[in-house]
Design a protein around this ligand. Sequence first.
Ligand code: PRX
Length: 668
Amino acid sequence: MQRLEVLSRQLTAACATTDRTPLLATKEIYDSMYRKSIEDPEGFWGELALGYHWQEKFPARGHMQYNVDLRRGNVDVQFFRGGTTNISYNALDRWVAAGRGDEPCILWEGNDESERRTVIYRQVLDDVCRLSNWMSSRGVKKGDSVTIYLPMVPELPIAMLACARIGAMHSVVFAGFSADSLAQRIVDCKGKMVLTASGVMRGTKPVLLKTIVDDAVKLAAKQGQPTTSVLCLEVATALRASVTPWNPSIDIWWHDAIPKQSTVFPPTWLDAEDRSFLLYTSGSTGKPKGVVHSVGGYMVGVGESCRYLYDMRPGDIVFSTADCGWITGHSYLAYGPLLCGCTIVMLGGIPTHPDGGRCWRMVERYKVRQFYTAPTLLRSLLQLGDAWPRKSDLTSLRVLASAGEPMNEHAWHWFHEMIGNARCPVVDTWWQTETGMGMLIPLPCPWFDAKPGAAGVPFFGVQPVILDATTGSELPATGAVEGVLVLKGVWPSMARTLYGDHERWEQVYFAPYKGYYFTGDGCRRDEDGHYWITGRVDDVINVSGHRIGTAEVESALTEHADCAEAAVIGVDHALKGQAIYAFVTLRGMEHQTDAMRKILNDHVRKVIGPFAVPDTIHWAPALPKTRSGKIMRRVLRKIASGQEKELGDVSTLAEPGVVEMLIKLRGK
Ligand code: PRX
């Protein structure tokens, strides 16, 4: 109790401070902190971790241990060993204990601009406890997986925090995935419970989520994974013309079950190295990977990155347009800002609905300080014209953040000048689901000379290394170089494994270049030491900031009876960054029609979800292959983009005539 009082006093003092000097006010501070983070990671992160509540404190020395070199044994990373904590406690209880229970925790707007909710910290804590009590009464305990398939409503972060309170791993599945994909994820994580909603309005379109869950639950049961409880939140606006399907043996309404639960649920004190959540992401094979994060390391890495990279302090209003179905929504919408005692602004609809001014009106309405988005949305907002941001007062903004895909210079300047009035840093962060936190960043400090389109310099503990793509040897540590980006060493919020498949974790990330974490990205470093991401070097593409494995789309296409073979590549797209371009070989040439294109697109929509539907289907009576049968994607990329004059060496093609035929069929 004494400890809590001391913590409360410290936090109240922190809230009262008006001093907004950036934490990295000078280059010297950054340099010396960065140096310490590399030379003595255990001491460095150990000190930063003291800003969080630990029920059992980890020892100052000996809490960190790791091996990422497969030549020395299995990959194993541990931080804060011996410490116990709980993320929900650090995100909620300690702020309520500091007297901030009546401050807004979540400011939410629905698809319809007049739908608004303010949920204060105390209320969020009560709701989290109620849900934890209900889940635990249904048998959910530490280490279990819970699938969350909710739209962007306050109950989504509440559900994540309730799982964290129990110590159960949540698996948030983006509510744009199809029933097949949802089922695949339920089966993989062996989850028995699904938290969902009746539906959601996306722009003018209702999406009936419960129907999708019902289909997924049936599919999962067929694959040996029965669901015992589906908790369903009623979202009235989505239901205007429909009735939510109901299976009384497993379904229960949120409003029937949760309000009557107790608002007391003591947090489960978890070991720092216990699992906090899993999140599926795409890789270069068809099967999604369940990336597993730790409790202590994830909490400290994400919380500290919010403070140092986005200058988040207690009471700040943070608006992120990310969806909690992806890692940005986990780290920089839900967990990170709450760990810093901020207020989060959530938008439950399409950010361009009803018009291009929606986000900017929200910035003005809530006096947003940090605005976090992705380049795709920026590109669509800028296309809608300058008149929209001009109509709103954006002077509350201090930090403009973006992540997930390369930002083109045009979008960067628009963000910086039109939205930030050239006074807010643009923090275009490079990171990944697996890294948990921002890794390469243009620092949000007046002394930092950010370059449009560059991912900046390494955050604490991050040791980027550029390898020669062909030899795999390290390129010089200074000066301009280009190659494959790998990371040396470890950082607290790095994922610990892939759910149920540690070997795959080791093979995908630590086997390609021994002794390093392989990012899958190409990168160049310029003379000034700034890093520029040049795109994926594996078979993963980035469409509107969504990471999609080409193999996933290929396997969805070939699952259709009429499709004999498919090869999917990414092509440049002005708005989405990359678009999905599929070369498809049908079983019967006579089917090469637009009607068949629609059938295949619908099939991909059903198997994965609408965001994975190919933009182009290019009929391919045959695919260009090497004599050993490997598809030459390099050749396909050139054909798709009309650069057939730059095909390069095609002497290894088994049937050179295929190229000519594909060129003729382009646009047909
Ligand atoms: O290719 C990189 C790209 O997005 C990938 C990670 O995607 P995901 O795991 O979904 O995490 C998104 C969270 C940011 C990376 O391997 N990427 C991410 N950030 C940037 C980026 N590409 C260029 N610039 C960035 N700032």
